[in-house]
Design a binder for this molecule. Structure first.
Ligand SMILES: C[S@@+](CC[C@H](N)C(=O)[O-])C[C@H]1O[C@@H](n2cnc3c(N)ncnc32)[C@H](O)[C@@H]1O
Length: 351
């Protein structure tokens, strides 16, 4: 693009505005299985052979493969055995460019980058993260301007009518105002993220991919060997837990997460032989406190405790309604309060 004299080049804007195309090339190549097909073949493949393996169009496949070459996701070997690394030349010795192009029969293969990170079978694979970004994150980003306007996530807009489960959550007592706002309330975020078993597993696999590459760096940042028992709150598939026990042989890890995630983690992510990682399912909290009367005017003991909290801490005693409000703000939709004959009451809150 030419620009008037004295104006900055708009090249950077082209790069920014077309950045989504690069992401989509990467996502499409992963999703179609380009890198896996090439890895499983005995040698580099022509685009027709790749298209035949994938069941894709010849023209689309050729364009995709060539773009992957420019992105360093693939390398191409021309007939005669010369390898063109992404930005290099591809000429036979002594040949004029036109002749070389006419003779060229490109054979494609993975680069070190794609072999390391994009094959499903690689120990450092980021394949599931690519799928997650392609299928979920990308669709939410299509509504970024609206998210900024509303200050809300865009799950409903990105994925249309919410699932039965999501409706149940939104309609639950005291939550109707969120439906009016037409967004998934932040405290129901994980209901939206885990809106189907497939989505739950994809999310878990995506995070597993991240920690398989970055986990040891984080866990080695501090020497955790003095801690024989580590609890990973919201520990998901146990990906960080695995890195932790492999780095610190004397350490055990308990992963705390919601029951459906713990079930999926046990079924799909950890071998039963891994004795040093345990799971704890949760999503509920029992608050034991001295409860004020509904109007806050008694009992006297509780008022005195409240004053004691004032002079000794920064806390206070509360009425059941005040606890409900606190717990609702922390995402607990189901809150039950019971007074007991003694000084203390019990509040059971579940997500
Ligand atoms: C953003 S994910 C991070 C997972 C993991 N720590 C990682 O980095 O890979 C947040 C985790 O918190 C869990 N979580 C959300 N709400 C929870 C709740 N109420 N009780 C327990 N875990 C919860 C989710 O299931 C999820 O595994």
């Amino acid at each position: 693009m030419s620009c008037p004299e004295g104006h900055p080049s708009p090249g950077l804007l082209d790069q920014y505005s077309q950045g989504f195309m690069v992401s989509q090339v990467l996502f499409a190549a992963c999703e179609l299985g380009v890198f896996d097909v090439l890895a499983e073949a005995p040698g580099p493949l022509g685009s027709e052979a790749v298209a035949a393996h994938l069941g894709t169009s010849s023209r689309g496949t050729e364009l995709l493969l060539d773009t992957c070459v420019s992105l360093n996701l693939l390398q191409v070997e021309m007939r005669g055995g010369k390898v063109r690394e992404p930005s290099g030349d591809v000429l036979e010795a002594g040949e004029a460019p036109a002749t070389a192009a006419a003779l060229a029969r490109p054979l494609y293969d993975n680069t070190q980058l794609s072999s390391t990170y994009l094959l499903r079978s690689s120990p450092s694979s980021q394949y599931h993260m690519m799928l997650y970004l392609a299928r979920t994150t990308y669709l939410c980003w299509a509504h970024l301007a609206q998210a900024v306007r509303e200050g809300k996530n865009q799950y409903l807009k990105a994925f249309g009518v919410p699932s039965e489960e999501l409706f149940t959550a939104i309609y639950r007592e005291g939550k109707n105002q969120y439906l009016k706002a037409f967004g998934v309330p932040s405290e129901e975020l994980f209901t939206a993220i885990y809106r189907s078993e497939g989505e739950r597993l994809l999310f878990m696999r995506a995070l597993q991919d991240v920690w398989s590459v970055q986990g040891s760096g984080v866990l080695a940042a501090f020497d955790l060997s003095p801690f024989p028992l580590v609890c990973d709150l919201g520990g998901c598939s146990g990906a960080l837990a695995k890195e932790c026990v492999s780095l610190y042989p004397g350490c055990r890890v308990t992963v705390f997460d919601i029951p459906s995630v713990v079930r999926a983690a046990k079924d799909h992510f950890l071998s039963p032989e891994e004795g040093r990682i345990g799971f704890h399912e949760g999503g509920g909290v029992l608050v034991v406190e001295s409860l004020l009367d509904t109007d806050g005017r008694g009992p006297l003991t509780t008022q005195l405790y409240s004053l004691n909290m004032l002079v000794q801490t920064e806390g206070r005693e509360r009425t059941p309604a005040q606890y409900r409000a606190l717990l609702a703000a922390a995402g607990f939709g189901d809150v039950q309060c019971k007074r007991t004959p003694g000084t203390y009451g019990a509040i059971l809150a579940r997500k």
